[in-house]
Design a protein around this ligand. Sequence first.
Ligand code: SAM
Length: 446
Amino acid sequence: MKFFIETFGCQMNVNDSEKVAGLLQAEGHEPAREAADADFVFVNTCAVREKASEKLFHTLGRLKQLKRARPDLLIGAGGCVTQLTGAPSLLARAPYVDVVVGTRNVARIPELVRQARETSAPAVDLDRKADSFAIPASAVAHASAVRAYVTVMEGCNHVCSFCVVPRTRGTEVCRPADDVVAEVQSLVGRGYREVMLLGQTVNAYQDGATDFAALLRRVDAVPGLTRLRFTTSHPEHVTDRLADALRDLPRVCPYLHLPVQSGSDRVLASMRRGYTRGQYLEIVALLRGRVGDLALSSDVIVGYPGETEEDFQATVELVEAVGFEGLFVFTYSPRPGTTAVRLPDDVPEAEKSRRLQVLNQAQQRRQGLRNRARVGERDHVLIDTVTGPGRLSGRTPHFRIAHLDGPESWLGQLLEVEITGAGPNSLTGRGLASNSLTSVSTVPIF
Ligand code: SAM
């Protein structure tokens, strides 16, 4: 059987899709180049915003046409949306779907596909209590040959008013640290250079004996690992120990994604984020005091219920004050089952879009200026993508994208690069050690 997977969402969704691909390949199925060539198409979708949710149904609608021409085609739906929508509603809206899986049931996909094939009835597993870590690490088909995602915890114990994640992924469950370390050892053995630890609130990780800082220490010590990253961190769980780990551990990159969501205390309180604007700024000061050259990125929601122009300006000022390296701005979208859904969604859509644009434009200006100031500097780039013939791209320690010319054989290499050009979203550079790859691969840091 040939399969094709479409993924919409965060790194967690991507990692789930990698698991699905690996499990299907382990059963002898092959990846198809596109949906039209596949016998099984799996759509894995996030549900954080309504738009993302609707994407599932648009994609399913498209696949329905394909199925009309090829009735044998099996269609699967998974991810946060299926968990949120539930099988009866999903199948009522898209009765041609054959497999429905929840966020914690990915391991059962090969079996469900078999079942759907044999019975011609929809095969469904949305059990929220299933063990989502029951997949052997070796079965994960990582999309990148250089950077591997490793999910260390699932779910979230926070009660943010706007967020559907606790409903779609349940409460926090942490993988034992020994399993995480063993997986990283195996990844390094298979040639991966960088690992990104994933969790909805990854820095809340606690397996009983090991907290997140201790987990970082253990993973950092895995021989042969070049770089270690993690996402997403919640401000409430930024500790001294985490700041020390960021400063002291040689493989941990100086980059932290730390969603602030709003710069207004009134909005933060209504969002139930668990910190004030002042506390967030103190956390930033703690981190920057400890790790001098730390890149911070963030998420912001605009147009949250009751967000006034004054509240919005407080966000604009906070974003300016912190000077984020990257910013993801979202317009508020009411989600079923959240507490904010009961509040009037009273900021008009056009105003939400205006606020989004204001923040994005300011951010683009900031990034452009910053990146241009880097021209002439040198940095270490881990080459992770071949973007075209003789064209490569990779990331600096601070997670900045750098494009450069070079042979495909540089994939996975850590290059010293001179920055020769810059735009708001990426840098361009020249590999300095391109003729002496042996010395390149011995670059010891990042
Ligand atoms: N668990 C992570 C956290 O708490 O930071 C990531 C959650 S989500 C995948 C990524 C971002 O989507 C959030 O940080 C938030 O900015 C945004 N988001 C979540 N719910 C939203 C909603 N109802 N409307 C608009 N944006 C939302």
